[in-house]
Design a protein around this ligand. Structure first.
Ligand code: ADP
Length: 400
């Protein structure tokens, strides 16, 4: 994070023969940030998002992308849209070709990539969203979640720096929504700036680095989620609700409990807070161990052997490739979203867990567990999957 990638200066916009939809908005977004635009229907979220890749031009004010003024001639828009990918709310409006391959190839072909490059870009994008092998499928036969992934792959095929998602989980069931949010995290971890719009406070609160609350075309509040959603008056004005964990924190505070300043954003945070409150009255098990398996390495035999001989452990997968590997090998997954925190929670109960993941996400596990250790004073061991690593708890054998 650091440098600014997108900036708006006092922008305004009115649809023809309609009220002003954007009424003087200024903000900046930094490279690598996860931003949630949150507000009720009609607040101006979609309109604002469409300005990020030049689909809508503000009537007044300016937008800067990577410190350059956004221009609206065909060549400039083409360049901008290569760098700012936009995923529409409804994938049926984004998917246009008769097969998945053709649809994902549309962007890079249009950009004039040679055929070999197009093929490479499509393969990589489909791999990223977990749709390898879907190339010949007609998109209309896919599930809502799969269509969403095709739309995302179509955007990823152009390798943009910024990804904009209008209501990314709309129309998806809870598990489909979790998968998409996990994918957004993965893309962000790979260096993309990710901007979403949503009216789902519980979705935005734990996810975003920063939330922008919009109401009637204006910014009501813009801050880290604990602050952005921490003012009940603003939240009410925006027809939203205070996130449950934040409300619980406030209620505990009102009752005179002495709480740490850091407000909880996840179940792990609230558990830590509760354990701190009751630290003298409950006994703690010896923490379990977290084992991390990088499925990109040539370790499948070891993994299968390890799982089948392991004592009772929970298994989580982070990232599409890891989930796919688990599915191909019929490894039952206990966690597919918020995996690191869920494994820390298991460790706090004295139970062991295994995380399947790939590439740089391995470091993320170490960093998150180390950060938790610094905050809580509880050391949890993270081991790579290697021959000879054993569980700390010997219990009943796990079924795969
Ligand atoms: P949100 O995404 O927060 O629901 P929108 O950006 O879709 O909000 O809409 C902002 C305002 O602009 C609303 O008052 C809406 O009625 C109006 N609006 C949106 N699209 C159009 C359009 N194509 N023509 C006229 N008015 C529109």
């Amino acid at each position: 994070m650091g440098s600014i990638i997108l900036e708006a200066r006092d922008i305004r916009y009115r649809y023809p023969r309609s009220m002003e939809a954007i009424r003087g908005i200024s903000f900046h977004i930094q490279k690598g940030e996860k931003i949630a635009l949150v507000g009720p229907n009609g607040a101006g979220k979609s309109t604002l998002l469409m300005m990020f890749n030049g689909m809508i031009r503000p009537d007044t004010g300016i937008i800067l992308f990577d410190n350059q003024l956004v221009r609206y001639d065909t060549a400039s828009l083409r360049t901008l849209r290569k760098r700012v990918g936009f995923v529409l709310q409804n994938p049926d409006r984004q998917i246009i070709a008769p097969t998945v391959y053709q649809d994902v190839a549309f962007g890079p072909t249009n950009l004039g990539y040679p055929e070999t490059e197009v093929r490479k870009a499509v393969t990589l994008a489909l791999r990223h969203v977990g749709l390898e092998g879907f190339e010949r499928r007609p998109p209309h036969q896919l599930s809502g979640g799969e269509k969403k992934r095709v739309a995302i792959a179509g955007v990823l095929a152009m390798d943009p720096d910024v990804l904009v998602f209008d209501e990314p989980t709309s129309g998806l069931d809870p598990s489909g929504s979790e998968d998409i949010m996990e994918l957004l995290d993965e893309l962000n971890h790979g260096g993309k700036t990710v901007i979403i719009s949503t009216h789902d406070v519980e979705l935005a609160y734990p996810w975003a680095d920063r939330s922008i609350l919009l109401l009637e075309g204006r910014i009501l509040q813009e801050d880290i989620p604990e602050v952005a959603f921490g003012n009940p008056e603003f939240v009410r004005m925006a027809h939203l609700s205070v996130p449950l964990l934040l409300e619980l924190y406030t209620e505990l505070q009102k009752r005179g409990f002495s709480l740490p300043d850091k407000k909880p954003r996840t179940v792990l945070d609230i558990m830590h807070l509760i354990e701190t409150l009751f630290q003298n009255t409950c006994c703690r098990a010896r923490p379990g161990t977290i084992t991390v398996c990088n499925v990109d390495l040539d370790n499948e035999e070891l993994l299968l052997e390890w799982i089948s001989s392991s004592t009772k452990i929970s298994v989580g997968a982070m990232g599409t490739r890891a989930k796919q590997r688990a599915e191909n090998r019929q490894i039952r997954l206990d966690f597919t979203y918020g995996v690191i925190d869920k494994c820390i929670l298991k460790a706090l109960l004295g139970e062991d867990s295994l995380i399947l993941t790939t590439g740089s996400m391995v470091d993320r596990v170490h960093t998150r567990v180390e950060d938790y250790g610094k905050e809580s004073g509880i050391h949890i061991t993270v081991n790579p999957l290697e021959p000879g690593i054993v569980q700390t708890n010997k219990k009943s054998k796990r079924q795969t």
